[in-house]
Design a protein around this ligand. Sequence first.
Ligand code: PGA
Length: 250
Amino acid sequence: MSGAERRCLVAGNWKMNGLLEDAMAYVAELGENPAPEHVEVAIMPPFTLLHPMSGPLSEKGVRLGAQSVYFEQKGAFTGSISPLMLRDAGCHYVILGHSERRDIIHEDNALIRKKMLAAWQAGLEPILCIGEHLEEREAGKTNDVLREQLAILEGVAENKPLTVAYEPVWAIGTGRTATPEQVVETHAFVHEELARLGCDCRVLYGGSVKPDNAEALLACPGVEGALVGGASLQADSFMRIIEAAARAAG
Ligand code: PGA
């Protein structure tokens, strides 16, 4: 793990899952102290659960994040949630550029950039997701795709709170993970590109991270945490990933 004094982050992206009663039971299952010394823990539930989860999570030292945001702070934007509202609900993080929003909702880099600027304005830390599709990897275009997705940081990201998550799209929700060699090589490229852009930020890995592969992935040089989808939906499997992160960091 690089970034000696940086804590790694294990973040659970619940996507469009979770009702109030189950969420409260989940938080109880996390126990008193779910975040070990060298590991930061965060949960990104759907918008409807942000307010009720905020207090109980913060008591346990778990940070709260949202899965998306609009790029204006308030006004006539029916159905939208602003960065200011996320701060008001107790969020520290907001996920931006997730491949499901890029591919299903057609969010492009220009829109993601606007959201990132608005998130910073409200004091949020974006988790910027980047990643290539399988055809792009097979065509040897991975680095070009990542370079283009990171280009939104050009000239604006220095000294800003930021985490990047490398999530190969072909590994998300598929049970297929990148090999440690692919992870090491790609993370090295992402860190290099970030350094060129003046950002010294954490880079997480995401895509089918599970309790049984987490330690190997998190031990890869350049990997400073995980963005976990499916395996974060059950408290026990999420906690096993947190423990794996603590072993990899220790
Ligand atoms: P997954 O999702 O762990 O279910 O593959 C990861 C993500 O989409 O962030």
